[in-house]
Design a protein around this ligand. Structure first.
Ligand SMILES: [Zn+2]
Length: 212
């Protein structure tokens, strides 16, 4: 089992966690961590079973003290595999880890390109499209939108969606202090033929899982 981020809402948004939440779990498997922000790793830090998994994470310098402590803990357990700038992986068993090229913590982490059962799926974490190299020209049929559906800087085109099914997911809870997701971001993806769903609670739809 492959996890792309095992986060949870930051403390002032903790009320957004669905009641009785527990992620799918197996004893094996590994984690690809997009970057060292708490909303992307906190669940894995707090739940011991994730300390036994191998974590592939970006080598980043300006991380907070909690992230640093957790990284050292994983390192001492020999479970941390850091990916340096420029060191994207090749496709192995249908998965390719991409080291992003931005300067910020959000933009310099890892993205994940899955190529399985004839589908190309991109997980962006909080990186924007122009910060994710080597994806140009690849037509996707699954997408996790950057940065909880927040406003994009607009310097890169929205990836083109392959013919149906082309599903895109925004990971966020509502309400939140950041105003995620952005209506402009959602509509620009819809114009690019994406069917966009949000993990937040909507009228008649509880907070929780969505299918890519
Ligand atoms: Zn985030």
């Amino acid at each position: 089992m492959l996890y792309f981020d095992v986060g949870q809402p930051i403390w002032f948004h903790l009320h957004n966690v669905p009641a009785g939440f527990s992620p799918p779990h197996s004893n094996g498997g590994f984690v690809v961590l997009s970057h060292w922000d708490t909303d992307h790793y906190a669940y894995g830090r707090q739940n011991q079973s994730f300390h036994k998994k191998h974590w592939f994470a970006p080598a980043q310098t300006s991380v907070g003290p909690n992230a640093h402590t957790f990284a050292m803990q994983l390192h001492s357990l020999r479970r941390l595999h850091l990916v340096a700038p420029g060191k994207s992986s090749r496709n192995r068993r249908g998965a390719r880890i991409i080291r992003c090229t931005g300067n910020s913590v959000n933009g310099s982490g890892l993205a994940l390109h899955l190529r399985a059962v004839g589908r190309d799926i991109l997980f962006t974490g909080d990186a924007e499209y122009h910060e994710i190299p080597s994806m140009r020209g690849i037509r996707l049929s699954g997408l996790q939108l950057p940065h909880h559906g927040g406003k994009l800087s607009g310097v890169a085109a929205i990836p083109s969606a392959l013919a149906a099914p082309a599903r895109a997911i925004i990971s966020c809870g509502r309400p939140n202090r950041y105003g995620h997701p952005s209506v402009v971001t959602i509509s620009s993806h819809m114009k690019a033929n994406w069917k966009v769903e949000v993990t937040a609670a909507m009228p008649g739809v509880p907070r929780g899982d969505r299918r890519l």
